[in-house]
Design a protein around this ligand. Structure first.
Ligand code: FES
Ligand code: FES
Length: 171
């Protein structure tokens, strides 16, 4: 028996131990916020946190995560108050949206490890997350905004006005 600790909740799992975590999350436990993209560890759409670090759930067998702390996009915050979620909303980052839960999980892990990343550090940390809609510039701006939100008392609405006033919103 394997225990899958997802978003603070323990699930007993007795299916195939070699099943990729992504399959177990989506098809068995119904955490459908995590997306299937390539299924080969190449696109980052399936990114979740394992003990706080980003991993590709499509390339991680269930047996490898027994009893460990798994966080999906559903567990990033209780009601969308995580700085990454606020920044993504403020800057309207998603286009089709398909890649974005993986992008946000990578961004959240980056900021947890490095609260004020520069452009180069952001590009490096996010390089494994592919967006077919090409939202990379908005993602970069949103990560800077999330860093600001984490380190200042400014709220997302005020920052949205500032960003809009300088013509940078929506790039
Ligand atoms: S679906 Fe896992 S990396 Fe593409
Ligand atoms: S928003 Fe469409 S793939 Fe990224």
């Amino acid at each position: 028996m394997i225990t899958l600790n997802v978003n603070g909740r323990a699930h007993q799992y007795s299916d195939d131990e070699n099943m990729p975590l992504l399959w177990a999350l989506r098809d068995i436990l119904n955490y459908t916020g995590t997306k299937y993209g390539c299924g080969k560890g190449l696109c980052g759409a399936c990114t979740v946190h394992l003990n706080g670090q980003p991993v590709r759930s499509c390339a991680t067998p269930v047996a490898a995560v027994n009893g460990q702390k798994i966080t999906t996009i559903e567990g990033l915050s209780n009601d969308g108050e995580h700085p990454v979620q606020q920044a993504w909303q403020t800057l309207n980052v998603p286009q089709c949206g398909y890649c974005q839960s993986g992008q946000m999980m990578s961004a959240a892990a980056l900021l947890a490890n490095n609260p004020t990343p520069n452009d180069e550090q952001i590009e490096q940390a996010m390089s494994g997350n592919i967006c077919r809609c090409g939202t990379y510039e908005r993602i970069k701006k949103a990560i800077h905004l999330a860093a600001d939100l984490s380190t200042t008392t400014a709220n997302a609405a005020d920052l949205a006005v500032d960003v809009g006033a300088t013509g940078k919103k929506g790039a």
